[in-house]
Write a protein that binds this ligand. Structure first.
Ligand SMILES: Cc1cc2nc3c(=O)[nH]c(=O)nc-3n(C[C@H](O)[C@H](O)[C@H](O)COP(=O)(O)OP(=O)(O)OC[C@H]3O[C@@H](n4cnc5c(N)ncnc54)[C@H](O)[C@@H]3O)c2cc1C
Length: 359
């Protein structure tokens, strides 16, 4: 077990989160949950020690995501998007950007999010880039123009790590202050679940980014160069497995009152244990680099989280179908994993299971 996860303060955080009522509408931001996270040191975990952080290693962070998601998927998910932004800053060769931004992100003075799906899993069928980048001779940087389709917590963010495509096809990633002229954050969209993650479209209207704000590139395929964990990474599987574990813990308390349900919860619990072992093994062996292994784990984690929520709903019967019941919410939220950060192969695997019933 990792250092953070074994600490009493972390366990208290997870316990408190699992009992703290969560907002479920697009006009509410989970301030209470994020304050608890910040107070437990959550904004320091993934930042290197030289910038004031805890320098937590990848294996540990995966345990943290899994345990946190078991207590509150909403909190874990927002943290992953914020950490994805931090990771792109940390892995940048731009030393000035790192020393300016990482200490402030670490202390919570700055909050960041990421809007990069238009370079990976979103809008790929469109003929033209969602966001263009053109050189700006006045600033020696670039002008970004277009629409970032998804950015979680954009309303609350001071910084948006996003990217654009140049006329020659090369791409760049930049840390854009959300207060910059031309940045327009749409109202958060109402979602099937996790609406209070305040996920929005962000419009960029000729937004100038200076050289000290460029993190990666311009380079071909900026997201597959060394800019950090990509879509379908082990982190996303950790969140899916943890969410399933949280659901199964609640299902288990139903079983305590109705022992005849034990035969249904046990196989799912065993599957969660198995996937956790696989996750740790992949992380420890550096298998994260082996895309196929990471994608297979994510496909199986998606399958588990969906089946766990639906099994719990079936066990809770009509009562669980009433809006506001935790099983109803678990089913809605489990659907998120079918669409979030899903590479083509994972999506195809999940569709195959849905169409053929094989998992
Ligand atoms: C709640 C939530 C939060 C998210 N937060 C973030 C975030 O913080 N940062 C981030 O970067 N990303 C985020 N994402 C994005 C996510 O990771 C995926 O990129 C996104 O879900 C992909 O869906 P899309 O509708 O944009 O895909 P698209 O591929 O753009 O599909 C959109 C629609 O286009 C049509 N279409 C698709 N393919 C084709 C085709 N080949 N031919 C014709 N029509 C087609 C379909 O009708 C489809 O419904 C978030 C997503 C969700 C749901």
């Amino acid at each position: 077990m990792s250092m953070i996860v074994s600490q009493e303060s972390f366990r208290t955080l997870v316990r408190t989160l699992s009992h703290t009522p969560e907002p479920d509408a697009a006009d509410a931001w989970p301030t209470r949950q994020l304050t608890l996270l910040a107070d437990a040191g959550g904004y320091r975990w993934n930042i290197p020690r030289e910038f004031g952080g805890a320098g937590t290693d990848t294996c540990e962070i995966l345990d943290v995501y899994r345990e946190l998601a078991a207590g509150s998927l909403l909190t874990a998910f927002i943290l992953t998007q914020r950490n994805a932004a931090c990771q792109r800053i940390e892995l940048s060769a731009n030393g000035a950007a790192k020393s300016r931004l990482l200490p402030a992100l670490c202390s919570g003075e700055l909050f960041a999010t990421v809007g990069i799906s238009h370079l990976t899993t979103s809008r790929q069928h469109l003929g033209s880039p969602a966001v263009t980048a053109v050189p700006d001779p006045h600033s020696n940087g670039y002008r970004l123009h277009g629409s970032v389709p998804w950015a979680t917590g954009a309303n609350a963010a001071d910084l948006l790590v996003t990217g654009g495509t140049l006329a020659d096809g090369r791409q760049l990633l930049a840390a854009v202050p959300t207060s910059r002229n031309g940045v327009r954050i749409h109202a958060p969209v109402a979602l099937m679940g996790l609406s209070s993650s305040q996920t929005s479209i962000v419009e960029l209207e000729n937004v100038v980014v200076g050289p000290d704000e460029i993190l990666h590139g311009p380079i071909a395929h900026v997201m597959s160069s060394s800019t950090g964990a990509g879509t379908g990474s082990l982190g996303t599987s950790a969140v899916a497995i943890g969410t399933a574990e949280g659901t199964l813990r609640r299902f288990r308390s139903e079983v305590d009152r109705r022992p005849e349900l034990a035969e249904f919860v046990e196989p799912l619990e065993n599957e969660a244990l198995n996937l956790t072992r696989m996750l740790r093994k992949s992380a420890a062996s550096g298998d994260q680099a082996v895309v196929q292994a990471a994608e297979e784990l994510r496909r199986r984690a998606n399958s588990l989280v969906l089946r766990s929520a639906q099994a719990w709903l079936a066990a809770t019967k009509g009562a669980g179908f009433i809006a506001g019941h935790p099983a109803e919410r678990a089913v809605r939220e489990s659907m998120f994993f079918l669409v979030w950060s899903c590479p083509q192969q994972v999506l195809a695997g999940n569709l195959r299971e849905l169409s053929c019933g094989v998992h």
